[in-house]
Design a protein around this ligand. Sequence first.
Ligand code: FE2
Ligand code: FE2
Length: 329
Amino acid sequence: MTSPADLSVVERDLTPEEEQFNELIAKDSRIEPRDWMPDAYRKTLIRQISQHAHSEIIGMQPESNWITRAPSLKRKAILMAKVQDEAGHGLYLYSAAQTLGISREEMMDQLITGRARYSSIFNYLTPTWADMGAIGWLVDGAAICNQVPLCRASYGPYGRAMVRICKEESFHQRQGFEILLELMQGTEAQREMAQDAVNRWYWPSLMMFGPPDDQSPNSAQSMAWNIKRFSNDELRQRFVGMLVPQAAVLGVTLPDPELRWNEETKQYDMSEIDWTEFNEVLAGRGPANAERLRRRREAHEEGAWVREAAAEYARKQAERALAASGAVA
Ligand SMILES: [Fe+2]
Ligand SMILES: [Fe+2]
C-alpha cells in the first residue's frame, strides 16, 4: 500500500506533516503555500506551472506576427486582446510558481537559456491568416480541455489562476472558430486557406495532450496528488468529441480518414498519431524552435530598462514610506 505523499515510498511511519498532507489530498482539499508538502510534489508543480507559464509567453509570438496584418480594425483589436490575455496568463502562472519558492528570474533564466520546456505547439509556423482561426479553434480549444480540470488542482494558487485563465481561453476559442466560419463562408480561395490551416494544426493540437496513457509515466503520481484529473487519452477523446460537431458547422474536414464514432467502445476511433514528429519538435528541431527562443531572449534584453526602472521606483517608494512612518513616530 502506498500513500499519496509519494508513490515510491514503501510502508513506514508517517510524520505528522505527511499525515496532514495526505489527509488534505484524501479530502480533495487544497494545499496552500503555508502548508507542508513533499519535495516531489513541490518540484512537480514548479516544473508544470513554470512550463505552463513559458508556453503562454512563447505562445504570444506566432500570433503577434499577425497583429499588423489582420484583415480589419476589428480583427486587429480582437487579436491584440487575445495576445495580451496570454501575457496575463503567463503572469498569473509565474506568480503561482513563485509561491512554491522559485524566483521569476530563475524561471526566466531557465527559459531563455533553453533549459526549460514550453508547449511544442508554439514551434510551428503561421504562414496565413487562417492560422489565427485554426490556432484559436484547435490550440486554445485543446488548452481548454486540458485546463478546465486543472481549476480543481490540489495546489490552491494554481487552481485559482486556472479559473480566470479558462474564462479567457473560451473567448480565444470562440474568436478562432469565428475567423474560420467567416473564411468558410467566403470565396473558394478563403475556404481552401481555412481547410489548409485546419490540416496543419489538427495533429499538433492532438499531441498537446501528451503521449498515450501507457507511455506517460508521471501521470499516475499526478493523479494521486489530485493535480491531474483525467488521463491524456481521456482528454484527447473529449477534445475530438468537441471538435466533430463544430467541424460540421464550419464545413471543414478533420484530416483523419480513420476518424469515426465507435458505438461499441463509445469512443472515437482514430489514426495513429505520428509521435516521431512530436519528439522531433520536442527535441528542439521544430520549424520555429530557434526563432522563438531568439525572440524571447531579445525581448528580455530589450526589457531590462523597464525592470530596472520598476525596481528603482519600488525602492524609492519603500524609502519614502519608511521616512513617512519615521516622521509620524
Ligand atoms: Fe492562455
Ligand atoms: Fe489562449
